[in-house]
Ligand binder design. Structure first.
Ligand code: ACO
Length: 379
């Protein structure tokens, strides 16, 4: 059956899903039918993860059990710590995360993906252990010992504690939790699709998540948040925004953190992140990057608004993480530790009616070419 070729599969449905929905014209994002603004204001990352995985909000006891399961599985085996110690300090943390997640699959028997009980525990382990792996890499690469998770602390408090060994600031932990909710899921994006392609072969969930992490790393996807902060630092002050953007567009370079395949208005996550930024600044002092970002948004609307290019989720997230004192190359791993909930929700959904992904191609090469012996080939 002939089909139109859609580069980047733009507009081509790759699955039926009830995990989340985007209205790109009106700037609406819902997880299981609930608006993200509502979840950010009223929910927590773990409750949102439960909602994504099981398609409903948990009852009190269910959330308590889920939270306890996650809390009990935060520790990582000393061999995973040893593996992290062997990784180069100057490598990218996304590569460390990908390597450690792939290695986790060698420790836990998650091979039978028909076993729903086992799949639940795989999901719990992945959500629980990603922050521990990241914090371990952050510390080990600067020569410090890794810190064992603290069961008394919440998901985000514990992550901040494992990074710094200090008592976590509740305002930062709350802000991070809201950021994780915003990054937890986003329909059929590149990393989710990558994971589902891997999952369609009935590969184990650690392999699925490791492949999604690889896709998330690229600068056109999750990697954009790092580049936004680098760009804002490079610009330096609001007065330099216009000439910088004009030169960039002249050179046919993209403005990082701007534009989206689906949103034709400002990404609703960028709006919530901007509010989080302002709240954080009121509590912890402002950031010079924010004034530059506001000017980039204003001038970009003038220069790119015609093409319906507005801030996406990555535009303000980097500023929040920068203010929290996190290393720039840790911004995308934080995205990953949230998005793992969405990846796993899609994985659960796909397993119910799995079909191997095997798309078609449009062959544009030649046929019936002669094999020329090496001695007779043109140099
Ligand atoms: N800056 C300048 N121009 C842009 C930008 C941008 N950020 N984004 C799109 N455009 C322009 C393109 O140059 C192109 O213009 P043209 O038609 O005159 O040639 C037009 O808009 C369409 O752009 P495409 O790249 O073809 O559109 P696509 O749907 O593939 O773009 C994408 C989506 C990849 C996100 C793009 O907007 C981009 O590269 N943005 C910057 C990177 C970024 O912020 N990525 C994070 C996305 S959110 C996430 O993954 C979590």
């Amino acid at each position: 059956m002939p089909h139109d070729f859609m580069p980047g599969l733009a507009g081509v449905p790759a699955a039926k899903s009830s995990v989340s929905d985007v209205d790109g014209e009106r700037g609406i994002l819902e997880y299981r039918g609930i608006r993200i603004e509502d979840l950010c204001a009223k929910s927590s990352f773990l409750e949102t993860a439960y909602l994504l995985l099981f398609a409903r909000l948990p009852a009190k006891a269910e959330l308590a059990d889920f939270t306890q399961d996650i809390t009990r599985h935060r520790r990582i085996k000393f061999k995973i710590v040893d593996l992290i110690k062997c990784l180069p300090e100057h490598g990218h943390p996304m590569d460390a995360l990908q390597a450690a997640v792939a290695a986790l699959g060698m420790f836990y028997p998650g091979r039978n993906v028909r076993d729903t009980e086992n799949n639940y525990w795989s999901a719990v382990r992945l959500i629980a252990k990603l922050p521990t792996i990241m914090a371990a890499y952050a510390r080990i690469r600067r020569g410090d010992d890794h810190i064992v998770p603290c069961d008394e602390l919440s998901f985000c408090e514990n992550f901040l504690y494992m990074l710094s060994e200090k008592e976590p600031n509740p305002v930062l932990a709350k802000t991070l939790d809201a950021c994780l909710i915003l990054h937890a899921e986003h329909t059929m994006n590149a990393s989710t699709f990558t994971g589902l392609v891997t999952a369609s072969t009935l590969a184990d969930p650690y392999t699925v998540v490791a492949s999604s992490i690889g896709a998330l790393k690229g600068p056109l996807h999750g990697g954009a948040n790092e580049e936004v902060v680098q760009m804002l630092k490079e610009i330096g002050s609001p007065s330099r925004v216009r000439p910088y953007l004009e030169a960039r567009l002249q050179a046919k370079q993209k403005v990082m953190g701007m534009g989206h395949r689906v949103y034709k208005v400002k990404d609703p996550r960028a709006t919530v992140l901007q509010e989080l930024c302002e709240k954080l600044f009121r509590e912890c002092g402002t950031s010079p990057l924010y004034d530059v970002a506001l000017e980039v948004e204003r001038v970009s609307a003038e220069l790119l608004g015609e093409k319906k290019i507005y801030p996406n989720v990555d535009f303000y997230s980097g500023i929040v993480y920068d203010k929290m004192g996190l290393d720039v190359d840790f911004f995308t791993p934080i995205f990953a530790l949230a998005r793992v909930a969405g990846w796993l929700a899609h994985w659960f959904e796909q397993l119910r009616e799995n079909k191997l992904y095997r798309p078609d191609q449009i062959y544009s090469g030649e046929h019936n070419r002669a094999y020329v012996p090496i001695e007779e080939r043109e140099p």
